[in-house]
Design a protein around this ligand. Sequence first.
Ligand code: FAD
Length: 457
Amino acid sequence: MTSTFLDELATALPDLRLLTDAADRESYRRDETVHHEPGLPLAVALPQTTAEVAAIMRLATQHRVPVVPRGAGSGLSGGSAGVDGALTIALTHMNAIIEIDRDNLCVVVQPGVINAELKAAVAAEGLFYAPDPASYEFCSIGGNIGTNAGGLCCVKYGVTRDAVLGLEVVLANGRVIRTGGRNVKDVAGYALTQLIVGSQGTLGIVTEATLRLRPAPPPRVTMLAFFPTLDAAGTAVAAITRQGIEPCTLELMDRVTIAAVDDWHHLGLDRSAAALLLIESDRPGDAAADELARADACCTDAGASSIERAATEMEADWLRQVRRLAFRAMERLGISRMEDVGAPRSRLPELLAVIERVAAVHDVRCGTFGHAGDGNLHPTFVWDRDDAAAEARAQAACEDLYRAAIALGGTVTGEHGIGAARRPFLVEQVGADAVEVMRAIKAALDPLGILNPGKVV
Ligand SMILES: Cc1cc2nc3c(=O)[nH]c(=O)nc-3n(C[C@H](O)[C@H](O)[C@H](O)COP(=O)(O)OP(=O)(O)OC[C@H]3O[C@@H](n4cnc5c(N)ncnc54)[C@H](O)[C@@H]3O)c2cc1C
């Protein structure tokens, strides 16, 4: 059956790049989720047009062959990881920036465009595309839409969903629909654009997106605050939020991550600190300095041991890079499982305490960093490659962590998604009735269940 499918695919789309070689399929097996054991793709298709994606889905429906939509494969929930017997559709060759529409402050792109390339292209026109995952140099817009990616400046500008105005989507049966468009206001019917964003390739395949742009903000003013305890850093973040201060970056790194980055790049960071906060303002003129002065006061009141300002734009870039290096620095220590828990922002100190507790109780090495201003943290558990006992302890720690986050009124995933890796905890967080509604939506759009099976619901 599957070889008939591949033969018909090759006949119907002779120009389609179709990888069937074992080594090629193997290289599309995983995303960046180390603890998830994925399947091996049946084959990998690299379409170049919406028509090709639609034709693939018509044949997949006819032959009931499952498909896995894939961007750059940087996901951290197994969303684009392979499924045995499924065709992986990698959208990386559909990577054109179709139009920068200055008049409507939006840009039309194909899904394979890399986030950093889009940012650079619109910046050249004096414009700004806000969502900036720490992976922005290598993740794609399609994947960002698939996961509703967050990032460092989401604390001020919102997540990917807030930047998506419209989509072109290929449905499971190969029909192509358009949702939204260039209107900033549009309430015609159900909010399909918002539904597709974050659905991790389980409801349709995004083949084009219209994204909101903003005028480029002024250069940022940047500071680092070091704290003697994690609790003091969490208290400072909660105070900044309570006082209505709106920095464009409010990121945290703990002692373990500071040391991991410093060991790697020898930056002279204060390794005696229990945590640091990276705080930035992009308000115009003196307002940026005023905003940082207010944030500085919150840090001082919470007990900051030292506070430093970046003297130049280059120094500010360098401090941002410190934060962006956090995960790769942890990966140098062993197998690294990055988690993604969140809590209401006032409860950040409690979330930090929970992370410390579960790591200690289960005796696992853990470094925590993340988007503190969003109440979203990435505790990253590390173990040696062949230490199966440590891996099992990390699994137990994660399960405790998820339950504790839910008990705080938080979430098991702020931005990486349920994917394949966190499925058992969806129902614990949202309840059986809500999952039933999600399943009904899935069944309506994908009655044969061929779109990214085993993911999300
Ligand atoms: C070092 C590092 C730092 C990271 N930092 C962040 C961060 O700050 N914020 C954050 O949110 N994430 C972060 N991530 C996770 C990851 O980069 C994001 O989830 C990103 O959005 C994934 O994009 P991708 O192109 O790699 O997509 P993939 O991993 O290939 O796919 C992600 C999901 O989207 C679906 N998908 C992909 N393309 C399409 C499409 N065209 N149509 C429909 N569905 C599609 C896939 O099926 C999958 O479910 C980080 C990852 C790493 C390794």
